[in-house]
Design a protein around this ligand. Structure first.
Ligand code: SF4
Length: 345
């Protein structure tokens, strides 16, 4: 029987951390036999930090006209890609602010230029809010925007910008950013066009446990409808250097993170992969998360600017991630962005 929203709420509120972890671990073992934990090598590339949304949890963006605002030259993007490939990287995660002056022509040029030079590189790019912004400034439908980006080389869409999928929360922390239904609609449209996407959740922004359950319910329903999500990736808000941080008394704790991860593994019975994060929780909690339902530790994130700007200085490399996985009792295995290719030793 499928877990109901009220059961999920009870579990999030429960103190039985170990019991919850064991249940989620049993699901992980059933879905991913073979004692393998996967990871990926890719690089975050932020093509611009100029943004019009002023999200209260973001320390990365610069407003239009700021002396610190940038749009990366293509040559510097190529250089970052070269470094990624030399480290065994198979793809890039390219995202940026919501730039009011960059229309679809810019993105088509950017993606096709990269694809022409690096045809094997997987382009996991442009979150739902960015796609909505491109559609708006280019006077296009979301469907046509995604279709044109796909023609230019877009391979999949990251789940960023979801934060908490509940408008009560979104209105409070990111008033100008897309609403829940808009985020879902971008992913629905992408899935219908044959594109895979990921789903994320950034929690610890002052939401209630009910808001978290609402988020999971939205994702489960859309996945029932389309089957297009490859993975669910939760992490918690990093509050340093952000305006929202002043109002959040306590960051999410390790226990809160592990419980949320485990409930997500149990609730999202239709999403195959659940990713543990090392970026905000740190390497040690990430290791424990592998016994709380996660089957993947994500990417080494060669360059991460968004969470870094908010005060999180954790870094990693392939050797460290493999050690982290092996030391937790698993077999490390590199994968590609879509979890289709595995590189076993
Ligand atoms: S989170 Fe994204 S949309 Fe919000 S201000 Fe930062 S860059 Fe802009």
């Amino acid at each position: 029987m499928r877990m109901t929203p009220s059961q999920a709420l009870d579990l999030l509120a429960s103190d039985d951390l170990i019991g919850l972890g064991m249940e989620a671990d049993a699901v992980r073992r059933r879905l991913h036999p073979g004692n393998v934990i996967t990871y990926q090598i890719d690089r975050n590339i932020n093509y611009t930090n100029i943004c019009t949304e002023y999200c209260s949890f973001c320390a990365f963006y610069r407003p239009v006209g700021s002396a610190e605002g940038y749009v990366q030259p293509l040559e510097s993007i190529f250089q970052k890609i070269e470094e990624t490939i030399s480290l065994g990287g198979t793809g890039i995660l390219m995202q940026g602010g919501l730039h009011p002056g960059l229309t679809i022509d810019y993105y088509e040029w950017l993606l096709s230029s990269i694809k022409r030079r690096y045809p094997e590189l997987h382009l996991h790019c442009l979150s739902a809010p960015e796609i909505l912004n491109i559609a708006e400034v280019s006077d296009l439908s979301v469907r046509d925007t995604i279709a044109r980006l796909m023609d230019a080389g877009l391979d999949s869409i990251p789940g960023a910008g979801a934060e908490i999928l509940d408008d009560e929360v979104r209105f409070r922390i990111a008033r100008l950013k897309c609403r829940t239904q808009e985020w879902l609609e971008v992913h629905r449209t992408a899935h219908r066009l044959g594109l895979r996407t990921t789903a994320t959740m950034m929690f610890g922004v002052g939401e209630t446990l009910q808001h978290r359950v609402n988020h999971l319910e939205h994702l489960r329903r859309l996945q029932d409808e389309t089957g297009g999500f490859t993975a669910f990736i939760p992490w918690f808000f990093q509050r340093e250097n952000t305006s929202l941080g002043r109002f959040i008394k306590h960051e999410a704790t390790a226990v809160d993170y592990l419980k949320t991860l485990a409930v997500a593994r149990l609730y999202l019975d239709n999403i195959l992969h659940v990713q543990a994060s090392w970026l905000t929780p740190g390497h040690k909690i990430c290791q424990i998360a592998l016994r709380f339902g996660a089957n993947d530790v994500g990417s080494i994130l060669i360059e991460e600017n968004v969470v870094y700007a908010a005060g999180c200085k954790n870094t990693s490399n392939e050797e460290e991630l493999r050690h982290l996985i092996a030391d937790a009792g698993f077999r490390p295995c590199k994968r590609d962005t879509l979890y289709r290719k595995y590189y076993l030793d």
